[in-house]
Design a protein around this ligand. Structure first.
Ligand SMILES: Cc1ncc(C[n+]2csc(CCOP(=O)(O)OP(=O)(O)O)c2C)c(N)n1
Length: 250
């Protein structure tokens, strides 16, 4: 009897076991991006730009063309690739330390130029790979190895809301924030990624998709409790939704 698969591995992802920590939502983010690439029949014409940080582990699983950029420089590298190969679907996949700390300059200028690329931003409110240092997105009161037991805005400023910041610029065409804490939210996130990729492939311009994610290892909690932290602490500070989309999409 022939088996009919109702749920299978997207062709954009290899069969390697992933190296993320147990419960890490990078794997969910990888999966929905890969599903979108499959649905758009875009695997063979995609170029991914991976960063420094846990997000770079994705480079071991995606079967698209790809490169890895120096810390924070993924948008600059992606712009160069896209300008040389405008027929390709080019996206970056970056953590919050990469995108909003060392890479803040590249992030803002790329968005301001309206480059026709998609930036996927994994916001887990901490530097993951290097061991839980404070990120630009660490919440007020959140513990980190460099910010102490409680982020104090009087000393280190307030957490950056990247969608809201980018929404001040003229050029971006699509700006949205989703979360990976539940199945309905993951479905919404997938739709947003597809919308961003479609805008790019239609020559529409810059798209920015933030995904609220977790880091139970450095938050020093369990994967299940990390979902609760996302719902109770992160989403209230980082409201979900589409901040900007092309008029015809309204
Ligand atoms: C120029 C440079 N500075 C610092 C580092 C060290 N470094 C490696 S990963 C990382 C943190 C990345 O954190 P984030 O972007 O939040 O990604 P996550 O690991 O949480 O996915 C840092 C600072 C580096 N590799 N290169």
């Amino acid at each position: 009897m022939e088996l009919e698969y109702v749920y299978k591995r997207p062709s954009a992802i290899s069969s390697e076991a992933d190296g993320y920590c147990p419960g890490c939502l990078h794997s969910t983010a990888n999966r929905i991006i890969a599903e979108v690439l499959d649905e758009m029949d875009a695997v063979g014409r995609t170029i991914a730009v991976f960063p420094v940080g846990c997000a770079v582990l994705s480079a071991g699983y995606f079967l698209t063309d790809m490169t890895i950029a120096a810390h924070g420089r993924a948008p600059a590298v992606a712009c160069a690739i896209k300008r040389c190969r405008p027929d390709r679907l080019v996206f970056t996949y970056q953590g919050d330390g990469d995108l909003a700390a060392i890479g803040m300059c590249e992030t803002i200028h790329t968005a301001n130029r309206g480059e026709n690329i998609t930036v996927i931003f994994i916001n887990n409110s901490i530097f993951g790979m290097t061991g839980g240092q404070m990120a630009p997105t660490t919440l007020i009161g959140q513990a980190s190895t460099t910010g102490g037991p409680s982020r104090n805005p009087d000393e280190v400023g307030y957490p950056f809301k990247m969608c809201e910041l980018i929404n001040q610029l003229e050029a971006p065409k699509y700006i949205a924030r989703f979360a990976l804490d539940s199945v309905p939210h993951i479905r919404e996130a997938k739709k947003g990624i597809k919308r961003a990729f479609s805008i790019q492939m239609n020559g529409g311009g810059y798209s920015f998709v933030e995904l609220i994610s977790n880091c139970s290892t450095n938050w020093k909690t369990t994967p299940l409790k990390s979902l609760k932290f996302m719902r109770e602490k992160m989403i209230p500070y980082y409201p979900l939704g589409e901040f900007r989309k092309p008029e015809e999409e309204e």
